[in-house]
Design a protein around this ligand. Structure first.
Ligand SMILES: [Zn+2]
Length: 157
């Protein structure tokens, strides 16, 4: 992706698993769905890369998925937008993940012409995915842009 090139939008997904990584999701998509590559452009890890092992340095880690210049494959009808997968069950993300999502959002706004109205949760685009990704996305995006604390978006506190 060239500097200044505009992206059509950003769509947030969740993995619906308590653990995972770009490598693991690629395995699911390639081996179980017969796709050519992982469907997501970007993955945000929660530190649980494998089932029970918590690796703090991977909490909030941003991993590359498929080539960002290729169409995503995660959101039928909207694959011209970049797909971001947050590892976690619906809406259950760590503060580090939310801060990483903020960094992505602000980066794409500053460098690639993204605007708040072009940032979606998967559930906004597909009524069959009501729990993906489980964040109140419009409110979350505004909090990111306003540099507000994101603590209120962490579930279970
Ligand atoms: Zn989704």
């Amino acid at each position: 992706m060239k500097e200044g090139e505009e992206i059509k939008g950003l769509v947030f997904h969740c993995s619906d698993s308590s653990f995972g990584s770009a490598t693991m999701i690629k395995g699911w998509h390639v081996n179980e769905r017969n796709w050519s590559d992982i469907g997501y452009s970007i993955v945000i890890c929660n530190g649980h890369v494998e089932n029970d092992t918590f690796m703090p340095f991977m909490d909030g880690a941003i991993e590359w998925g498929r080539d960002i210049d290729r169409e995503a494959a995660a959101q039928r009808g909207f694959n011209d937008m970049e797909a971001v997968c947050m590892i976690g069950k619906s809406g259950v993300f760590t503060i580090s993940q939310l801060e990483s999502a903020r960094r992505l959002i602000l980066y794409f706004i500053e460098h690639h012409g993204l605007t708040a109205d072009k940032i979606y949760a998967h559930s906004d685009l597909d009524s069959r995915k009501p729990h993906c990704c489980g964040l109140p996305i419009k409110e979350f995006v505004q909090a990111c842009i306003n540099l507000e604390s994101l603590d209120r978006f962490v579930k279970g506190r």
